[in-house]
Design a protein around this ligand. Sequence first.
Ligand code: IMP
Length: 428
Amino acid sequence: MTARGSCTVIVGAQWGDEGKGKIVDVLAENVDIVARYQGGANAGHTVHVGDDEFVLHQIPSGILHPGRRCLLGNGVVLDVRQFFQEYDGVVARGIDIDGRIGVSYRAQLLMPYHQLLDKAVEHAAATKIGTTGRGIGPAYEDKAGRRGVRVADLLNQDRLAKRIEAARSRVEGKLDELGVPAARLDEAMDETLALSDRLLAIASDVGPEISAALEEGKHVLLEGAQGTALDLDHGTYPFVTSSNTTAGGAATGTGIGPTSITDVIGIVKAYTTRVGEGPLPSAMTQEMDEHVRKLGGEFGATTGRPRRCGWFDAVLTRYASQVNGLTGIAVTKLDVFDTMPEVKIATAYRMPDGKERRFFPADTWSLSEIEPVYETMPGWEAPTGDVRKLEDLPKNARAYLDRIEELTNAPVRWVSVGTKRSQIIPIG
Ligand code: IMP
């Protein structure tokens, strides 16, 4: 059946932290439903409303718009305790969310033992990933291993107890091997299970709900977390997260058909950042890295870790355009470059044998050996934070955006020039 509404996917086109929360918040103005399709409390979406700052980890950023329905799809791993802490935090700040949040019956529960294991494995690992320590990898391992516990399992206490017992004893065995005490685990499990009824009260059949809304002509936004280069299949494996962050994951992670998706918008920062381990091919010099980190406030919203900064990497964003089938891009944080005398874009990678390549390599390890080929453009050295129309941007800023558009192979549809909701330039 052909859906009559619209369904837009928002994906990060770099290593996450592209400012998706801000763009989702802006676009949520014109949609009925916002749904998350993967990830869990590893994400951190920062949204500014007036003078208020909200950092959301699991609840979709659309919650800050009155009346929008916010859903968490089957692709999500839900940390129940943290979810309700966030839920109560949003309510405490005066936002009415009664009846506005639904969690898929098929979503996996991220248990306290997943967190313990994530930290223990990372600590013991020879090749560290630099995870957020939120239990994401172990929760998805249990899902793929068919040991996971889903929201629907809460409907039957006996079955639930058996499933938890099986998953937990395996994890405890592993913790034992690693010599890590399962500290406070019983207490944390009790706290989690005490929230069962609260969770069941908002459980939903997310796929059918979204499909029905689309058939009624409603508008839906599917909100990705992390970014393309952190995708389990398409990212810089093994330095990735454990879910499909890319647009394909939006269909499997919510339970709608891919043909229902009408638009895929990639979010790119005007430069590149990365947090955690793994290569960053267009890394800036140490001095410039520190300068841009300060200008852009580049510290993780979830862990507070400093993000590494790099120049705009068009090899990566062109790849992201292809993998996601981008129909447009939103460029965020353009204002961070307002004082730069010049800006650079990596347009190709020079391999150790001297050959240039323009596509993103599957061999992650080769990314530490490549030399980016840069194009240098003059900066605009003028404030852009008050600009609301493309034609009012300085000429050099427009030239920079034109080049990003050309190299990424997707039209620029929005430019964000500050943290406030109003600091956005819609294009076209
Ligand atoms: P995990 O998702 O906690 O397993 O971490 C795996 C990798 O993804 C690490 O390099 C993290 O730093 C990175 N990562 C996870 N979530 C985010 C995010 O929201 N923004 C940026 N990086 C992230």
